[in-house]
Design a binder for this molecule. Structure first.
Ligand SMILES: NC(=O)c1ccc[n+]([C@@H]2O[C@H](COP(=O)([O-])OP(=O)(O)OC[C@H]3O[C@@H](n4cnc5c(N)ncnc54)[C@H](OP(=O)(O)O)[C@@H]3O)[C@@H](O)[C@H]2O)c1
Length: 271
């Protein structure tokens, strides 16, 4: 799996495995299958309540810890200094590891002073508890505030798929050397029936899901599809090692749209 550079010491595999809504045995099995198939990047969050299941899957897989890239996230109302420090320690225990590759602020929260969050993340990074710092669901204003505050943002994990293709954010992230990660890359299944994508799947003898993931990765954006079935986990891994033609990439770009699926009440996209 190809990597993208996050900071001078850390690279992130361009394809990862999402674990939202997977818990317990289902999660352990899915992550085990993903590791067996060849995924080396697992995306989780405190909120998903599956750290322990993931730790068990990793242990049972026999894959060395240093060969796996682990991302987790601080929940949006836990961004005070003491909360971040104690949560990060708890994550290490739950994940049965002594470091986290990438720790994200799950959602922006302007009610908590950013200085506190920045201090905690910076200390964790200096101590080697986390290898890279990132955020999620930040718009350009949130990113600008945090960058001005000195947060060393290497990654912004955002909802991204053909029907929500975030052109402005791509431009901003490129300018500031922030790697983007596409979450809900399949729009939780909603984009799998778009006629153009069905056409392209036929043209390339690929699944629609592979076409979408290949399109995302063609932009040097990380994709983290989730599935609980071996068939889909394998299918999605086949999005690697082939390329859509430039003219077809541009056609998919034209789908555009504002089909945002993840928009909780506390989201702050209008800032
Ligand atoms: N930072 C955030 O706020 C945030 C928010 C949402 C998600 N995420 C992350 O992004 C990951 C992915 O997003 P997501 O879970 O929302 O949705 P997604 O990956 O876009 O879609 C998952 C759905 O697509 C189906 N699917 C997967 N592969 C398929 C294939 N090859 N063919 C047909 N259907 C397929 C799955 O079916 P089955 O379940 O039947 O296998 C599942 O219902 C999450 O798991 C999580 O790690 C982050």
């Amino acid at each position: 799996v190809e990597n993208l550079q996050l900071n001078e010491n850390v690279q992130i595999p361009i394809l990862g495995f999402g674990t939202y809504q997977l818990r317990g045995d289902e999660c352990r099995q899915a992550v085990g299958t993903a590791l067996e198939v060849g995924y080396r990047h697992i995306d989780t969050a405190d909120r998903y309540q599956n750290h322990s299941a993931i730790a068990n899957a990793i242990r049972e897989s026999g894959v060395a810890r240093q060969d796996i890239f682990l991302t987790t996230k601080i929940w949006w109302d836990r961004q005070h200094y003491d909360q971040v420090m104690s949560d990060a320690n708890r994550f290490l225990e739950e994940l049965q590891t002594d470091y986290i590759d990438l720790l994200l602020i799950h959602w922006p929260n302007r009610k908590i002073p950013l200085t506190e969050t920045v201090k905690a993340f910076t200390e964790l990074k200096d101590r080697g508890v986390i290898k890279a710092i990132g955020v999620s669901n930040f718009n350009i204003h949130h990113l600008t505030d945090a960058l001005n505050m000195g947060l060393q943002i290497t990654n912004n994990q955002i909802e991204f798929h053909p029907s929500l293709n975030q052109k402005e954010m791509i431009r901003f992230a490129n300018e500031h050397r922030i790697v983007l990660t596409a979450y809900s890359p399949l729009a939780q299944g909603q984009d799998l029936n778009i006629p153009l994508l069905l056409e392209l799947a036929e043209k390339y003898h690929r699944s629609v899901s592979q076409v979408i993931l290949n399109w995302i990765m063609s932009k040097n954006i990380v994709a983290i599809p989730r599935s609980s079935s071996r068939q889909y986990i394998e299918d999605n891994f086949q999005s690697l090692r082939w390329q859509l033609g430039v003219e077809d990439i541009e056609k998919i770009d034209q789908i555009g749209g504002t089909n945002r699926i993840n928009d909780p009440g506390f989201g702050d996209f209008k800032y």
